[in-house]
Ligand binder design. Sequence first.
Ligand code: RFL
Length: 376
Amino acid sequence: MIILGAGPAGLVLGNLLRAAGVDCVVLERSTAASVRTRARAGFLAANTVRILDRHGLADGLHRTGRPHSVCEFRTEDGAFRLDYGNLGRRERHTVYPQQELVTDLLARYLDTGGRIRFETEAVAVLDADSTRPSVTVRGPDGRPGRWRGRYVAGCDGRHGAARRSLPPGAVRRHHHDHGISWLGLLAEAPPSLDAVGYAVHGRGFAGHMARTADITRYYLQCPRGTAPDAWSDDRIWAELELRMRGPLHRGAFVQRTVVDLESDVLEPLRYGRLLLAGDAASLLSPSAAKGANLAVLEAEILARALADDLLYGDSEGLDAYSERCLAHIRRAQRFSQWMIRLLHDIPSAPTRRPCLETLRTSRAEQDWFAEQYVGV
Ligand code: RFL
């Protein structure tokens, strides 16, 4: 069994397959150090924590992750807070930086004898429609190589080899570009609010999300095509404070990325013996923080299906894999799109103010929001 990519999807899958007694290898393009330090997601849904708990993979997040359950909206019509941990299903997020989760998953995988090849880039998946697929690779010294297995799991993200290797017409691609871009920032500064902050302003959206006691993620809506380093630190802080309508704890920006808000979902998530999970299967905009959570959920579903097939010859789970995951993906996608309309002025769908007003005043809407916001 060959797994492409050592992100949350690939490493959860690797750990679960090893625990079930399935031999596998993970092929990862980057170095171990870069995999352990890549800061991205931070908000883990209650179901993600349950999955990790179920498989003994949650020790680290229980040690240092922090429960989180309040968000605050700041708008031209005033501010309001939602204690979503006391709404809907009464579930909370756990704030635990993705690179720490990946570090834990990698440590467990290696401790239990898991095989992984770093600096090994998958070039192409071949013969996925046969019973013996293979993966061609470029190793650390640029040397070409080839791995063969009974299945290949494409957990190598949206630009990985798994997607690239799909023959034209093998799967449908549902792509939607919302035409909105965010400057994603990681600041060496303590959080400025005790809540997730969503600021809606005539100049655009701004977001605030705690990561640790000393690190905060910010998002700032910017014109499409803005270069990550186009704005000075001072200009960014001034713009954040203006849109957030209050002073913030300032600090150095240690990461700047521009994220175009898009969704890009494949259907089905399987071509022969190549199965897709995580961002390789479905990329959603970070507006509702679903990506890492879906990656963990899909990896659990896939691990069970592969183990049933490889150990007991039962292919029912693999046959149902795509539809089961797509049901979750579509719900997450619908909520991400709703969040985009809530947080931005979109000339063709000017519903932001009524949506915010309903969320502020309707308990039914708040319960729905809480369920969707923490759920996957
Ligand atoms: P990953 O984490 O991108 O891992 C893929 C791995 O594959 C490797 N790779 C290859 N390896 C071998 N050969 C090749 N040809 C390869 N090509 C790529 C890569 O080096 C990498 O190690 O995918 P995975 O596992 O599917 O996990 C998905 C999540 O990482 C992603 O959905 C989230 O980070 C999205 N996301 C968030 N999700 C949440 O649930 N909550 C959040 O709060 C949240 N915040 C975010 C986010 C994504 C962001 N960015 C950068 C888009 C915040 C940001 C800024």
